[in-house]
Write a protein of this length. Structure first.
Lengths: 172, 252
């Protein structure tokens, strides 16, 4: 455990900025993000005995953060995003006039993604995790990672393109 | 075009470098023939970069104090965090002042696990809402759980005759693995904690030893492969009386 502890304590400092980046993108709000990081670190310290030294600390911490976040969203009741199931077809995303005014930037676009798609996209685009790592971190099958990623990217693209005034460009 | 149909997930996997080289070649062939899809993937790549550009700045922001190793007493959970940071990052008590707990000269020869026990006492004994993880009303579960985690049968000493009733216990990370902390309380709310760890050192038995850090006094000893530290903010004589009772209870 002593080795675990010192390894943990030195590496935690390196990982805090990355946890903050992911949390910021996930929650879209600075204080909420740091609350999430703080809750994650607290859980990590109390669960330190469960971490196997030498295994992937980053994945372990991101998993904890994911679980904390999911619980927080759930306990808040209303999900900040549309609760879309994987099996449901994507809602038509051709923008309406008000959407075009609303979708101003990547923050807004990100917030409009279903939470589960956002998590996958961010782990891959920001953290550069492999599909396998993302699946392990989120506790979902790799096929689900891939389908959520494909949906997330396509939705984001359409939202951002409509934002850029290219709303009428019909793809496919 | 490949014989295998090309799906959306294939296109994304190509973008993320997740495909085998043969499959990569197949996708590239497909994209050459489908400029719309190629353009769409280019947009994905651009948006990924856009996300990085938007959020990478967070990496360089100064880390707020509340996320680093400065103990605060605002929240129950933070105390656990502060304790862990306190002993893991700061290495013992150096620079760490909670309840005026300081490195004392006569503390010098106390083993590190006894120091951890003192820190754990200082961290958890003032807790109002969450002093323990499992309360005394689930004592059987508490004993079974902690015995399992420590890998050795534990007993919880009864101290009621001395005026201390069991509050409950919790699992903590020790220097060699899981350790247990039991908390007792008297009628005035004065709390004692008994820290129990499995001892892998050569010592199998020691006499009672005394240590003090600020207001926290402590007797610690090793008995049949387990290290015990009884900590409290009561007089040395009183503490010794309790320590003796603990020892007798464990060695009937």
């Amino acid at each position: 455990m002593t080795e675990n502890n010192s390894e943990f304590s030195t590496r935690i400092d390196e990982l805090i900025p990355r946890l903050r980046r992911y949390a910021r993108a996930l929650t879209g709000e600075r204080n909420a993000a740091d609350d999430l990081v703080q809750d994650t670190l607290e859980r990590a310290w109390t669960k330190l005995h469960l971490w196997r030294g030498g295994s992937d600390l980053r994945a372990w911490l991101f998993t904890i953060m994911h679980n904390v976040h999911v619980n927080q969203v759930r306990s808040r009741g209303a999900s900040p995003t549309l609760p879309l199931d994987d099996d449901m077809p994507d809602a038509p995303v051709r923008p309406t006039q008000s959407d075009m005014l609303e979708v101003r930037d990547i923050d807004t676009a990100l917030r409009r993604l279903p939470g589960e798609q956002r998590a996958v996209l961010l782990l891959i685009a920001l953290e550069h995790m492999s599909y396998q790592e993302t699946a392990a971190t989120l506790g979902i099958p790799i096929g689900t990672v891939m389908s959520r990623l494909a949906r997330a990217r396509e939705r984001l693209r359409i939202m951002l393109e409509s934002d850029a005034g290219a709303a009428l460009k019909v793809v496919k | 075009m490949s014989r295998q149909p090309i799906t959306e997930t294939d296109l994304n996997a190509w973008l993320d470098g997740e495909l085998s080289s043969e499959r990569n070649a197949a996708i590239e062939g497909y994209l050459a023939a489908h400029p719309d899809d190629a353009g769409r993937l280019e947009a994905y790549r651009r948006n990924d970069r856009c996300l990085s550009a938007r959020f990478d700045a967070v990496l360089d922001e100064p880390i707020p104090e509340r996320l680093t190793a400065r103990p605060r007493r605002r929240r129950a959970g933070l105390l656990a965090y502060a304790a862990a940071m306190g002993w893991l990052v700061l290495g013992g008590f150096a620079g760490w002042h909670l309840h005026g707990l300081k490195e004392a000269e006569h503390r010098g020869d106390a083993p590190s696990w006894a120091r951890r026990a003192a820190v754990a006492h200082v961290v958890y004994s003032p807790e109002v809402r969450h002093p323990v993880e499992v309360a005394a009303d689930q004592e059987a579960h508490l004993v079974a759980w902690l015995s399992k985690r420590l890998g050795t049968p534990l007993k919880i000493p009864r101290l009621d005759r001395l005026g201390y009733s069991l509050v409950g216990g919790r699992l903590l990370p020790g220097d060699q693995g899981p350790v247990a902390q039991f908390m007792y309380q008297d009628g005035q709310g004065q709390r004692l904690t008994l820290y129990v760890r499995t001892n892998r050192d050569k010592n199998t038995e020691t006499a009672f030893r005394f240590a003090q850090d600020g207001k926290v006094r402590q007797f610690y000893w090793i008995d049949r492969g387990l290290g015990y530290a009884l900590s409290g903010e009561i007089g040395k004589e009183d503490l010794l009386r309790v320590a003796t009772a603990v020892y007798q209870h464990l060695n009937p």
